[in-house]
Design a protein around this ligand. Sequence first.
Ligand SMILES: Cc1cc2nc3c(=O)[nH]c(=O)nc-3n(C[C@H](O)[C@H](O)[C@H](O)COP(=O)(O)OP(=O)(O)OC[C@H]3O[C@@H](n4cnc5c(N)ncnc54)[C@H](O)[C@@H]3O)c2cc1C
Length: 376
Amino acid sequence: MIEDEEMRGFRDTCRRFAEKEIGPLVDSAEASGTYPRELIAKAAENGFLGLTVAEEFGGAGGSLLHACVMIEEFSRVCAGLGTPMLGLGQRLIPAYGTPEQVDRYLAPIISGEKLTAFAMTEPGAGSDVLAMRGTATRTASGWHIKANKIYATGAPISDFMLVVVYTDRDKRRDGLSIFLVDSHLPGIEIHKMDKLGHSSMETGIVYFDCEVPEDALLGEEGRGMAYVMSALEEGRITHAARSLGVARAAYEASVEYAGQREVFGKTINQNQVVQGKLSQMLIDLTSARLHVYSAAELFESGAPALVEASMAKVVASEAAVGITDQAMRIFAGVGYINDAPVQRYFRDARLYPISEGTNEIQHRTIARAAGLAGRG
Ligand SMILES: Cc1cc2nc3c(=O)[nH]c(=O)nc-3n(C[C@H](O)[C@H](O)[C@H](O)COP(=O)(O)OP(=O)(O)OC[C@H]3O[C@@H](n4cnc5c(N)ncnc54)[C@H](O)[C@@H]3O)c2cc1C
């Protein structure tokens, strides 16, 4: 993408915010494994939390390209701390919520008063969403939700969650519904999970055995899967932008280090093997950038972009894994020590082939759409 003046200015704004407001919080948040809530208030003040929400709903009405730029710049500084700036709530509540749900849930997300999480995956249902066991059954005054959810990003610090469960298991895909569930209700237990990367972004196992009112249902009963699918393209493209930010951080750090580290009396970037590593990192980074922003442009044009979104997700996440791996080699011993940022980039990047639909599942999407999948 050749950025116009407005987009270049927006990127500068995001970069300045990331370096000034996110940067100083990274070490303590990563070491303690706790998300600094004050960052959300600052992001709200700067209008980032409603970036892609339409103006009629109190947002800034930005495009998916704006979202990618913001996420890339924030993730370049810290992927964990950048994570809650854009979630499914900002997409699904204005699209399918009632005016009351918009007031109660969306407005406080944009103002930074409430944090949200998305709880769909279960221990026995990750790639195969329809294998989930969680249910919501009707009661006299609303619904009873019974479900065990896992890996819910942000759940331990959330004020409410978007929870996907069956309201009619027999209908399979057409039997899933989404509920807006206050995280502090009696009958909800949230346990923080210890994980390899994104340490500053808290992830939870959540047990639901709780009552919610009738109006906790988002949109129509049985449309949950369709709603999730409606956000798939944007989700995959912004996920790819996150990979791009981490890959860029690792590349930039490597270039700088290779220019100052002296071995055998000369900087290591005078060595052709190291130059080859750096140039390959740049090639992979540039390829990822082309995929991410062309998929975002395609989406913005209104054309179907699912295949391009999946490709961008695969290319950018694999680039992040490869580039951060090469960065670890360039930094060698110093990179392995926990206060070096490159080991954080390396750990964070390992998530990207897994989350937002594993890369194997993206290949399945691409193969089916391209007519490569044989019939069996
Ligand atoms: C840190 C983190 C944060 C997350 N955040 C959230 C969140 O906020 N909300 C949420 O709901 N979920 C979240 N997830 C869950 C994530 O989306 C799942 O982990 C992911 O969908 C994969 O599911 P799984 O781990 O159960 O793997 P499985 O589905 O068990 O897959 C295991 C392996 O088999 C492969 N595989 C399975 N089926 C096929 C097939 N048909 N063809 C080829 N290969 C196949 C997979 O690609 C994978 O390699 C998060 C996960 C992590 C680790």
